[in-house]
Write a protein that binds this ligand. Structure first.
Ligand SMILES: [Cu+2]
Length: 161
């Protein structure tokens, strides 16, 4: 209960700071987007840039979305020409650096869609930082280009952790 209360209190300033960019003060998210998937797909991939403008290392310990059952942090790795995805427990962003989640690399796996998402829709995503603060992100769904990131989609149907 104490932990919940603390994260709620920390949530207030980050909500107030919501503007053109999602920010916790120390962490800013730019260009969040979700790749459109076939109509019956229950799993989508989200990509974004996360910038740490503080002098201290920031760690994203959890990701969630009100529109999905759960969100995992994944990294696509190619092993002997086979793409597979590895589950990451957290994402570390060194001081004054940015990390880029993009097709073929690290991504957020949105699992268990509660509705159908089409190009133009927005997906709410919430990042929890070590220490309890939260960054709220609104990611735009973009139409998938067939030549883009075959690796990210090839294995979504049958990977398990
Ligand atoms: Cu994945």
């Amino acid at each position: 209960m104490a932990i919940l209360l603390r994260s709620l209190l920390l949530l207030v300033p980050s909500l107030l700071a919501l503007g053109a960019f999602a920010t916790s003060g120390e962490v800013q998210v730019n260009n969040p987007w979700v790749q459109e998937a076939p109509p019956n797909a229950k799993v989508l991939a989200a990509y974004l840039e996360i910038n740490n403008s503080s002098a201290k290392t920031q760690v994203i310990t959890a990701v969630s979305s009100a529109a999905f059952d759960r969100v995992e942090i994944h990294r696509t790795i190619v092993d002997r020409n086979m793409a597979r995805m590895e589950l990451l427990k957290e994402l570390t962003i060194l001081p004054y650096t940015a990390i880029y989640l993009k097709p073929g690399g690290v991504h957020f796996m949105l699992i268990g869609a509660r509705k159908r998402f089409q190009a133009g829709d927005s997906v709410p995503i919430s990042l929890t930082l070590k220490g309890g603060s939260t960054v709220m992100v609104s990611a735009k769904v973009r139409a998938a280009k067939p030549e883009e990131s075959p690796a990210d989609h090839a294995k979504h149907g049958n990977h398990a952790h």
